[in-house]
Design a protein. Structure first.
Lengths: 264, 375
C-alpha cells in the first residue's frame, strides 16, 4: 500500500543555548539558533525508509515562527517530499494541548494521511505529550516509544514499544499515530545533492485561517497549562511485575501475588 | 573576500561537520594504522554522496561551487587528512573532465563520477611533475587511439577506477585521455608505501595497447600540458585546505592537552613557551584558511587563481608541518608516540610539501608569475 506519512518536527535550541523566560517559564523561541529535535530525525528516517520500501509520500509538519523554515529545509534535504509550516502570531504561546489541536487540524486538512510519526519527545520541553494529544484529536490509535516498525498487510501496522523494563508488541489498523525512540534507526545525513534539491521544493505556510482553527483553542487562549516551575523530579523506583502474555496464566499470577500479600 | 554564503552552503557545512565528527573522527587513528578506510566508513562516504559534490545537477551531482568544495575538504581534513586527500584527488580529476571533456564523454562518465573514484595520472617513473618529459604515448589508428604507458604516484591509484592520463600524441605534443580500469590492457602496478597520508592509496597503472575512441581525448590535441597545469592549480586550492585542516586538528589536540597537563601545579597552557607555540599555530591556521579561501573565491568568480592556489599550497604545507612540529613538542613523549594522533599528523603534513609540485617548484612558479605580472 502507498503511505502518506506526516512527520511532525520541532525546531529546538542548540542544547547549550537554551533560554527560559523567567516570567512564563517557557522556552524562549524565535531568535536562537535551532536544530531539528533529534528524536524527530528518527521519525523522519523511519518515514523515509517506509516510503522507499512501500512507496508513497512524506510530508513534514511543524508549528513555529518563520525561522523554523531552516529546520524544515533540513528535513527536505534528508528526502521529504514537502513541508508545511504552521506559522502565525495567533499560534504563539501554545501549550501541548493547543499545539496538538493545531497539528491535528492541519493533518485533517491534508485528508489522505494514514500514518503520523513523532519523535518520542522534544529535548527542550521534554513532555512527550504532543504525539498522543494529536492521536486523541484525530481519534486514531497511537503507539508510543516505538523502537521497531513492521508494516503488515490489510492496512495494519505492527510496532514494538520499548519501555523502561519491557517491550510490548502492538498491532494497529491505519491510520495511526506513532512516537518513536532513537533506538529505531540511525538518521541519514542530507546528501549534498539533496541539500541543493531541497531549495527547489516549496515550504507551504499555513495560518489559523488555512486550517479553519477555532480561535479559542489556539495560542495562549487555547492553552490551559501554566508552567509554575521547571525542575528535574527525583526518581522513585517502584516494583513492577510483568505478567505472562497468556491471559489464563496471567490471572493465576495475579492471584498468587494477591494471596502472597494476604489480600485474598 | 566575499564571505557571503547562502543557506545551502551553510547546510552543507553543518552536514560535513556532523559527518566528520560522528563518522570520521572515531577512525582517524585506525585509518593511519590500517593504511585503508574502514568499509563501514567508506560505504557511508559513498551513500552520503561526497563524490558528486561538485558535479552539475544534470549529471546527478550536487553542483556545489569551488568555495564549498574547498571548505568541505578543510572540514574533512580537520578530522582525517587522508580522506580529504582522497577527495582532493577525485575532485581535481573530475574538475578537468567537467572543463575539458566532450559532451558525450561527460554524459557517460560524470554520472559515474558520483559513485566511482577518479584519479589523475601525469607522473612517470622517469620524471616527476615535469610533463614535458612524458614518454607514454597515444597513437591514432583509424577512429581510435592506442594508449601505452606507465603512470606512477597517482593519488587514489587502485581506489580510483577511472583515470585521466597525459600521453604523448606527437614528438612535442602532450594530450589528455580518459581510461577506465575495465578496458582491456589496463593493469594496476604497486602501491607506494608512504611516510604519511597512509589511508590514501597512491599507486601505479600500466596501459598496454588500451584502445579508446576519439571522444576519450580531453580538450584538443596538444592541450595536455594546460589540462595538467589546471589540475595542479585546482588541486593546490584543496592542498591549502588540507593544510589548514591539519593545523586545526593539531591545534585542537594541543589546546586540550595544554589545559589538562600540569607542570608542578600549573597547567602548561599558562607557560609562555607553550603559549608561543599555540599562538604560532593559531595564526598559521587562519593564514592558511585565508589563502585557500581567497584562491577558491577567485576561481568561483572566474578570475585567475593559479598564483593564490600555488601560494595556498606553498604556505599551507610549510605552516602545517611546523604547526605539527610545535604540537609534537608540546605533547612531548605523547606527541612522539604512535599511540597518539599528533605523530601521524606530522607525517601527513609532510606530504603536502611534495604532492602537486614540490616546494621548490612552487618557488619557481610563484616567482615566475610575479615576474610576468611586473612586465
Amino acid at each position: 500500500m502507498n503511505y502518506h506519512i506526516v512527520v511532525c518536527v520541532k525546531q529546538v535550541p542548540v542544547s547549550n543555548n537554551l533560554k527560559i523566560d523567567p516570567v512564563t517559564k517557557n522556552v524562549i523561541r524565535g531568535t536562537e539558533a535551532g536544530v531539528m529535535n533529534p528524536f524527530d530525525k528518527n521519525a523522519l528516517e523511519a518515514a523515509l525508509k517506509l516510503k522507499e520500501r512501500y512507496g508513497g509520500k512524506v510530508t513534514l509538519l511543524s508549528m513555529g515562527p518563520k525561522n523554523f523554515e531552516i529546520t524544515l529545509r533540513g528535513g527536505l534535504a534528508m528526502g521529504s517530499d514537502e513541508a508545511i509550516l504552521l506559522s502565525s502570531r495567533s499560534f504563539g504561546g501554545a501549550d501541548t494541548l493547543a499545539t496538538g489541536y493545531v497539528l491535528s487540524e492541519a493533518i485533517k486538512k491534508l485528508g489522505d494521511v494514514n500514518l503520523v510519526l513523532f519523535g518520542r519527545q522534544s529535548i527542550d520541553a521534554d513532555t512527550g505529550q504532543v504525539g498522543p494529544i494529536v492521536a486523541e484529536f484525530l481519534g486514531w490509535p497511537q503507539i508510543t516509544y516505538v523502537n521497531k516498525i513492521t508494516p503488515l498487510t490489510d492496512g495494519f501496522i505492527k510496532a514494538t514499544r520499548l519501555m523502561e523494563n519491557m517491550e510490548q508488541s502492538i498491532e494497529a489498523k491505519l491510520p495511526v499515530v506513532l512516537t518513536v525512540r532513537s533506538e529505531l534507526n540511525n538518521p541519514r545525513y542530507p546528501t549534498p545533492r539533496n541539500i541543493q534539491l531541497s531549495y527547489q521544493k516549496k515550504i507551504t505556510i499555513w495560518d489559523e485561517k488555512d486550517i479553519n482553527a477555532d480561535l479559542n483553542r489556539i495560542g495562549i487562549k487555547g492553552s490551559p497549562t501554566v508552567v509554575r516551575k521547571v525542575w528535574t523530579p527525583e526518581k522513585h523506583e517502584k516494583k513492577t511485575i510483568n505478567l505472562n502474555s497468556d491471559p489464563n496464566q496471567a490471572v493465576l499470577e495475579i492471584l498468587e501475588v494477591l494471596r502472597a500479600k494476604n489480600i485474598l | 573576500m566575499n564571505n557571503n554564503r547562502n543557506e545551502a552552503d551553510l547546510m552543507l557545512h553543518q552536514m560535513v561537520l556532523d559527518f566528520a565528527k560522528k563518522e570520521i573522527k572515531p577512525f582517524d587513528m585506525i585509518i593511519d594504522k590500517n593504511k585503508d578506510y574502514p568499509k563501514e566508513l567508506w560505504n557511508k562516504v559513498l551513500e552520503t554522496g561526497f563524490l558528486g559534490l561538485i558535479i552539475p545537477s544534470a549529471y546527478g551531482g550536487a553542483n556545489f561551487n569551488p568555495v564549498a568544495e574547498a571548505e568541505t575538504i578543510y572540514t574533512i581534513a580537520s578530522y582525517n587528512a587522508s580522506l580529504a586527500f582522497t577527495f582532493e584527488g577525485h575532485y581535481k580529476t573530475v574538475n578537468q573532465l567537467m572543463k575539458y571533456g566532450k559532451d558525450s564523454l561527460k554524459e557517460k562518465y560524470l554520472p559515474q563520477a558520483t559513485k566511482r573514484v577518479f584519479g589523475f595520472g601525469s607522473t612517470e617513473p622517469q620524471g616527476g611533475s615535469n610533463v614535458l618529459g612524458i614518454s607514454g604515448s597515444a597513437l591514432k589508428e583509424g577512429n581510435h587511439w592506442i594508449l601505452n604507458g606507465n603512470k606512477t604516484m597517482i593519488t587514489n591509484g587502485g581506489l580510483a577506477e577511472v583515470y585521466l592520463v597525459l600521453l604523448k600524441t606527437d614528438e612535442d605534443e602532450i594530450s589528455c585521455f580518459l581510461v577506465d580500469d575495465e578496458m582491456p590492457g589496463f593493469k594496476y602496478g604497486k602501491r607506494e608505501e608512504f611516510f604519511g597520508m597512509r589511508g590514501t592509496p597512491v599507486g601505479e597503472i600500466f596501459l598496454e595497447n588500451v584502445k579508446v575512441t576519439d571522444e576519450h581525448l580531453l580538450g584538443s590535441l596538444g592541450e595536455g600540458i594546460e589540462i595538467g597545469n589546471n589540475a595542479h592549480y585546482d588541486a593546490r586550492i584543496n592542498m591549502g585546505a588540507i593544510a589548514a585542516g591539519i593545523i586545526n586538528h593539531a591545534l585542537e589536540i594541543v589546546v586540550k592537552y595544554a589545559k589538562e597537563r600540569k607542570a608542578i601545579d600549573t597547567p602548561i597552557i599558562e607557560l609562555y613557551s607553550i603559549q608561543n607555540k599555540i599562538t604560532e599555530m593559531a595564526i598559521a591556521k587562519e593564514n592558511s584558511k585565508l589563502l585557500f579561501k581567497e584562491a577558491a573565491q577567485l576561481k568561483l568568480e572566474n578570475k585567475p587563481y593559479a598564483k593564490l592556489a600555488t601560494m595556498a599550497k606553498s604556505y599551507g604545507s610549510r605552516a602545517a608541518f611546523s604547526s605539527c612540529d610545535n604540537a609534537l613538542q608540546t605533547l612531548g613523549g605523547y606527541g612522539y608516540s604512535s599511540e597518539y594522533p599528533v605523530e601521524h599528523l606530522l607525517r601527513d603534513s609532510r606530504a603536502l610539501q611534495i604532492a602537486e609540485g614540490t616546494l621548490e617548484k612552487m618557488v619557481v612558479e610563484i616567482s615566475t608569475m610575479i615576474n610576468k605580472e611586473s612586465e
